[in-house]
Design a protein around this ligand. Structure first.
Ligand SMILES: *Cc1c(COP(=O)(O)O)cnc(C)c1O
Length: 217
């Protein structure tokens, strides 16, 4: 199945970059995919998934979690502040912390719960006006502000501009993470995950290359 091919390509990219085997985690992005395809990937033994929509994840994952052990689901889509409470209950990680108001909300929820999903700060590396994410020049201050609130990001995430070479964006994200003492790097999708691994990705988010094209209705 496509999952095995992608896993093999990830292991090969790790080796080529001189990185430890298993240092890159594959997030199988299951948004908008039929349950039967998700089930196939679960039955093949994969346990880490990514979703873009809180409501869709809420409808899909409680049942799969009850049926399969050790499932992890990461939120990789834009998160509205009014869905943050539900999100911290549903997800093991949130890759899309992109603004101060959401950081404040997550910090408050973490304090009340005494626990918090792993958090990645999304960086708008291409400074695209329509794209979410903290601007590169504001990142250091943003991370410091999070830490002051006891919200400790584990890494950075980016979605490079479409139609551009992603390599420089991956390199920029890695540099910003190192500068801020962050070890997680969520970068790379179906078309460019090998380049992301070469640049130090710890989490690649691969959807269509595993599940096939998404059928939006
Ligand atoms: C949908 C999505 C992916 C997966 O995209 P593919 O091109 O299908 O691999 C990865 N990251 C984010 C943020 C996404 O929204």
């Amino acid at each position: 199945m496509a999952l095995q091919t992608i896993l093999e390509r990830i292991r090969a990219a790790e080796a080529l970059a001189g990185r430890a085997k298993g240092s890159v985690q594959l997030i199988a992005v299951s948004k908008v995919q039929p349950d039967a395809r998700v089930r196939d990937v679960l039955e093949a033994g994969h346990r880490l998934f990514g979703e873009n929509y809180v409501q869709e994840a809420q409808g899909k994952w409680p049942a799969f979690r009850a049926e399969f052990d050790a499932v992890q689901v990461h939120m990789i889509g834009p998160l509205q502040t009014n869905k943050a409470k539900l999100a911290v209950e549903l997800f093991d990680a949130i890759h899309t912390l992109d603004r101060v108001s959401l950081a404040e909300k997550l910090a408050k929820l973490a304090q009340a719960r005494g626990a918090c999903p792993q958090v990645f700060v999304q960086v708008n590396t291409g400074a695209e006006p329509q794209k979410a994410g903290v601007l590169p020049e504001s990142l250091d201050q943003f991370v410091a502000h999070c830490r002051k609130m006891d919200l400790n990001p584990g890494g950075l995430m980016c979605i490079p501009p479409e139609g551009e070479d992603a390599g420089p964006h991956f390199a920029m994200l890695a540099e910003m993470a190192a500068r801020n003492g962050l070890t997680g790097l969520s970068m790379g999708m179906s078309g460019d995950f090998e380049a992301a691994i070469a640049a130090g990705a710890t989490h690649v988010r691969v959807g269509s290359a595993i599940f096939g094209a998404r059928a939006y209705v």
